[in-house]
Write a protein that binds this ligand. Structure first.
Ligand code: COA
Length: 280
């Protein structure tokens, strides 16, 4: 057991904190987004999840129901605005108007800026940035009615440069700008807009992809707290920001990264270079 898995931050939150809330979470079938869905469920919210894989959503939905939540799911690729709108409409029909939207779906891989195809760059921008916009747009009518909140899942690459992550940095920086613009534009409707910036998180597909070429130790050395986060730690912060405790917080970036954004990632870039691009 790691330090991250031996404590349970969500147990410190009230099980009724999000009672009466309906959350819609993209990418909610796995990883950080499922951690957020679990935290919301344990705080009393109804939870809708969407993602590309039916089986993954069905498994996650069963787990969330086991936590006592009413759950809805419908597959959608966040790159497809019509499919995403249909998934949102399904969630509203099943659970009621959405009061918490989480734009979490993301894609990532290491690639050299000059060598990746335009389609590779576009794919990450489409999933991360366009997907976040599609989520905001599709949930706006509900959020306006409920005076709700939208939370964007960002990353340190939004403000910290790293080799072989140009596509991800561009997409995540765009998400931060979108988050701030919506805070200003939608604030008068009572809608809050914030971002959550994770560092390395254990047991996620994203981390498996990023640490694949280098191993975990190198990443942990780049975290002042010396360890990965758990998905529950991100979930607990998402619940705090999205619920009544965050009522006056908008336009804010919540950095929940163990301090990793303050550290250099040069040794990781060097190791990735050796592992993936040594012959270039
Ligand atoms: N290096 C360079 N280019 C890559 C790549 C890599 N490792 N992986 C994919 N690409 C390119 C493909 O070659 C393709 O470009 P092309 O048409 O010019 O050849 C483009 O990216 C799209 O790839 P494709 O596999 O068709 O896209 P997809 O929609 O099936 O998958 C990804 C999207 C690539 C982001 C995939 O990694 C994914 O599904 N990720 C989701 C999970 C994830 O990344 N989670 C972590 C979040 S932090």
């Amino acid at each position: 057991m790691t330090e991250a898995t031996t404590h349970d931050p969500v147990s410190n939150l009230s099980p009724t904190m999000l009672e009466g809330h309906v959350a819609f979470i993209t990418g909610g079938g796995s990883g950080i987004n499922l951690g957020i869905a679990r935290a919301f469920a344990r705080c009393g919210a109804k939870v809708a999840i969407c993602g590309r894989t039916e089986e993954r959503l069905a498994t996650a939905a069963e787990e969330l129901r086991g936590l006592g939540a009413e759950v809805a799911y419908q597959t959608a690729d966040v790159r497809d605005p019509e499919a995403l709108q249909a998934s949102v409409d399904h969630a509203v029909a099943e659970l009621g108007d959405i009061s918490i939207a989480v734009a979490g779906a993301a894609g990532n891989f290491f690639a050299q800026a000059e060598k990746m195809s335009p389609n590779a760059f576009r794919t990450v921008v489409d999933i991360d940035l366009m997907g976040a916009y599609h989520t905001a747009r599709a949930t706006f009518p509900s959020l306006k009615k409920t005076r709700g909140s939208i939370l964007f899942i960002s990353a340190g690459q939004a403000y910290k440069a790293m080799k072989y992550q140009a596509h991800v940095g561009a997409a995540k920086a765009g998400i931060e700008a979108l988050m701030k613009n919506l805070a200003v534009e939608w604030g008068p409707h009572g809608i809050r807009s914030n971002s959550l910036v994770p560092g390395p998180v254990e047991g996620t597909e994203g981390m498996a992809r990023l640490a694949g070429p280098t191993g975990d130790e190198m990443w942990k050395q780049a975290v002042p707290l010396g360890r990965y986060a758990s998905t529950a730690e991100l979930g607990a912060m998402a619940a705090v920001m999205s619920g009544p405790l965050g009522a006056y917080v908008t336009g804010s970036q919540y950095i929940v990264d163990g301090g990793s954004g303050l550290m250099t990632s040069a040794h990781i870039s060097d190791a990735v270079e050796k592992s993936l691009f040594a012959q270039e």
